[in-house]
Structures are given as C-alpha cells and as structure tokens.
Design a protein around this ligand. Structure first.
Ligand SMILES: C[S@@+](CC[C@H](N)C(=O)[O-])C[C@H]1O[C@@H](n2cnc3c(N)ncnc32)[C@H](O)[C@@H]1O
Length: 243
C-alpha cells in the first residue's frame, strides 16, 4: 500500500446505498449480526462470496474480516466468461453493465484493500479455497438449479464445523432453481435452516439451536425487525420480518 493509499478518504458504511445492487435492510442487519456473533464467540475462519455484482454485499462483509482471516470473492464479471449458454444469457439480461473494474472501484471507495478476487465460474471455487476454512459463505451467483446445487456442495466442503451459509433468492418467482436446490439441501444433505428473510435463507451443517435462539433474543429489541419460529421438515427456523 502506498502513502497515497493510506491518505485516501474512505466512505462510511452508511453510504452503501450509493452502490447499485440487491442487498436489503434485514440481510444487512443479519450479515452484521452473524459475523459479529461468530467473532464474539471465537468462531474463526475465512469469508467467501460467490457472486459480487458491483460489490454491495461484499463491501459489508469486508468490514468483518479479522486479522489472519481472508476474504475471497468470485464472479464471472463478463458474459464471455460464462460456463454455458444459459449462464451467458442470464448475464446479458441481468448484469449488462457489470465489469470487474466497476466492482473493484466501488470496493475501494469503502476499504483500503481489495479482497482476493477470483474471476471465473463459481464451479472452480473448491480448487481455489481450502476445504473447511470458511466461517461464512454467501451464495449469490448463478440462479440456475445445477449451478446453485454445486455451489451449495462447495459451501458444505469449504465451511468449518460452525460455519454459516447464506443463500440468496431462495424464494423469488424468477429463481425456482435456487428454491429447488436450497430445499433439496435441507431435505437430503443435513443443511439446517436457521433463519430466513424475504431474500435469503441462512443455514448451517453445524450446531443451529444456540445461534437461532441468540438471534431470536436479539430481535426482541430490534426497532424495525421481528422474528417468529416455525417448524419445517423437522427443523425449527426463525422467520424475520419488518415491522
Ligand atoms: C445477483 S448478482 C450478485 C449481487 C451482489 N451480491 C450484491 O450484493 O449486489 C449475481 C452475480 O453472480 C455472477 N454470476 C452469475 N453466474 C455465475 C457463476 N456461474 N459463477 C460466478 N459468478 C456468477 C454475476 O456476474 C453477478 O455479478
């Protein structure tokens, strides 16, 4: 880092709305709460995001990287990098103005250093990140069933025993493949759903009860969010809603 870099003024987290993307208030709260809760309870490990777009959620994750932890992001950034025609079509429809340069410039408005950036398909991620090294994986890349299914399998391999995965768009009308892959993982791989918002499902293959109960307790004093538990397929999960 140069002296010029350290003098460069950074934007505060409350300016995140200046970055284009999809990352809503309940999930911003949950990312902050989960990553802080892990740190406070001695859960260590690296952080990983599959699908960064222009950096909105990555910028927030970047505030939670502790000393000795690594933050890695992975994105195609360009339709020409897409692994198949259906992904290239999705890229052209939803992300026509995305470039790696835009992501990096946005990220550096908030942080002094970039995370480790992998440009390519998320299908290669287990060759780039060590197994059982991550405490948090955010899956927000392809919306196609076979890719999301593979991303979930990668997350399972990469997470530590107490690690948490966040799955974006698990219930949107335009993303049935994410819904299918998510609930398939719950029903067949032992993924425990801990909490869900309108946009994301958060789960773990590790202990879930204490984490869910701590969050439920925290929500009792939250000014704008409230939670309610529900039994689903043998799991007690917490639904989070806005007041
Ligand atoms: C919904 S956006 C991510 C939103 C972002 N997390 C935010 O907070 O704004 C999905 C991203 O995934 C990327 N993507 C799509 N398919 C991918 C794949 N197979 N591997 C890696 N990245 C992919 C797209 O380029 C796009 O940037």
């Amino acid at each position: 880092m140069t002296a010029q870099d350290t003098a460069r003024p950074l934007l505060a987290p409350d300016r995140l709305d200046e970055v284009e993307g999809w990352f809503f208030d309940a999930d911003r709260f949950l990312f902050d709460w989960l990553l802080t809760h892990q740190r406070d309870h001695g859960v260590r490990g690296d952080l990983l995001e599959l699908g960064v777009y222009k950096g909105k959620s990555a910028i927030l994750i970047g505030y939670h990287v502790s000393d000795g932890e690594r933050f890695t992001v992975c994105d195609l950034f360009d339709a020409s990098e897409a692994p198949d025609d259906s992904t290239a079509a999705e890229m052209r429809v939803y992300y026509p103005t995305l470039t790696r340069q835009v992501f990096e410039a946005n990220y550096l408005r908030f942080h002094r250093r970039l995370p480790t950036v992998i440009q390519g398909s998320s299908s290669g991620i287990t060759g780039q990140v060590p197994a059982h090294s991550c405490r948090f994986v955010h899956i927000d890349a392809s919306h196609l069933y076979h890719h999301v299914r593979a991303d979930i399998a990668s997350a399972r391999e990469l997470l530590t025993g107490e690690g948490v995965v966040s799955l974006d768009d698990f219930r949107s009308p335009h993303t049935p493949g994410v819904a299918a892959a998510t609930w398939e993982a719950v029903l067949t791989t032992g993924l425990k759903p801990v909490v869900l918002t309108e946009s994301k499902l958060y789960g773990t293959w590790g202990p879930a009860d204490a984490l869910r109960d701590s969050l439920a307790e925290r929500l009792t004093t939250h000014p704008t969010l409230w939670g309610v538990t529900e039994e689903v397929a043998g799991h007690t999960l917490l639904r989070v809603h806005s007041r």
